[in-house]
Write a protein that binds this ligand. Structure first.
Ligand code: ADP
Ligand code: MG
Length: 329
């Protein structure tokens, strides 16, 4: 295979939902690439299309409402959107795994943790004996830092704290040594100290396995710590993408700048309120004309209402969708 082929390439995907109000495009022409071993951050406020992008890659969109209408998801050159369902099932877990924000919804409350981890091996590695499966499950729990794994395997999800449950989810996601892990707000539901521990764990496991990662968050603050590249999403579209250092050193899109200004810093006095971007992400059935961000943008020009901006290269590996920015460069 050509060394330039990315591990994962999302190419111009459009994902829509059929709703009572008609068809809405939750993801509208989104593209990005992830190379072997790299971490891409996807950031944006709630409702910007991050999870729908992840579910599109995994082909786990709610059926029958959700559909990928256009574009492709290429894993080492194979278009996953065209795979037969059985082939896709095999890709999931073994090649691409995903962890979710709220592990309680992904774990089955009535089964012991050991059985649920074992199930991953049973589904994908039919030749393993029960003893092998048990040994693998213990090894996985050890790896994610769960003390006393033999005992914990016999417990139920409600007997685990939020942080420990997320460790179990990470263990299940990594069980088959995937080439890429999609982590959708894996620490959002956790308190700050636990959040930091889980991030450290994920970074360590990633180094150990050499896997790539797509790290989804609404918090640009954690991106700097974890990611090589960043894609900023707004209302279903990519508004800026760049290597992480470049994005923090010279953010171009007014939306990215707004997100950066709202990251708490050590020197921020406790009581002072951080600036937040005024307004809200528009609902998909009421998108403004032209630039989707224009009615929240302090720099909007008349052209922003009339013409929808294209994503343009403003520097090496740095793309921006903004009339202002393209006029400046
Ligand atoms: N099942 C669904 N049916 C209709 N619209 C949906 C569905 N799931 C998500 N959406 C819409 O898609 C948009 C993107 O949602 P999502 O990807 O969950 O955002 P994020 O993960 O960035 O918070 C939102 O406007 C949301 O309301
Ligand atoms: Mg989400």
């Amino acid at each position: 295979m050509n060394g330039d082929t990315p591990l994962l390439e999302v190419s111009h995907i459009v994902t829509a939902f059929d709703t009572e109000a008609g068809r809405v495009r939750a993801v509208d022409d989104v593209s990005f690439q992830v190379r072997e071993g790299e971490t891409l951050g996807i950031v944006g406020e709630s409702g910007c299309g991050k999870s729908v992008t992840a579910l599109s890659i995994m082909r786990l969109l709610p059926k029958p409402a959700g559909k990928i209408l256009e574009g492709g998801v290429f894993f080492r050159g194979t278009d996953l959107t065209r795979l037969a369902p059985e082939a896709m099932r095999d890709f999931r877990g073994r090649r691409i795994a995903m962890i979710f924000q709220e592990p309680m919804t992904a774990l089955n409350p009535v089964h012991r943790i050991g059985k649920q981890i074992g199930e991953v091996f049973r589904l994908h590695e039919a030749r393993l004996s029960d003893t092998d499966i048990q040994r693998n499950a213990i090894e996985m729990l050890n790896k994610v830092g769960i003390p006393d794994p033999e005992r914990r395997l016999r417990e139920y999800p409600h007997q685990f704290s939020g942080g420990m449950r997320q460790r179990v989810m990470i263990a299940m996601a990594l069980a088959l040594r995937p080439d890429i892990l999609i982590a959708d707000e894996p620490t959002t539901a956790l308190d700050v100290t636990i959040q930091a521990q889980i991030l450290e764990l994920m970074k360590a496991l990633q180094r150990e396995n050499g896997m790539a990662m797509i790290f989804i968050t609404h918090d640009l603050g954690v991106i700097a710590d974890v990611c090589d590249n960043v894609t900023v999403m707004y209302a279903g579209t990519v508004v800026e993408s760049a290597p992480v250092r470049k994005l923090f050193a010279s953010p171009k899109h007014p939306y990215t700048r707004g997100l950066l200004e709202s990251i708490p810093r050590l020197e921020t006095p406790r009581k002072s309120r951080l600036p937040v971007i005024p307004g809200m992400v528009p609902p998909l059935d009421a998108l403004p004309s032209g630039c989707r961000f224009r009615n929240r943008c302090s720099m909007a020009l008349p052209v922003c209402e009339a013409v929808s901006p294209h994503l343009k290269l403003t520097g090496e590996h740095h793309q921006v969708r903004c009339h202002r920015t393209s006029a400046l460069t």
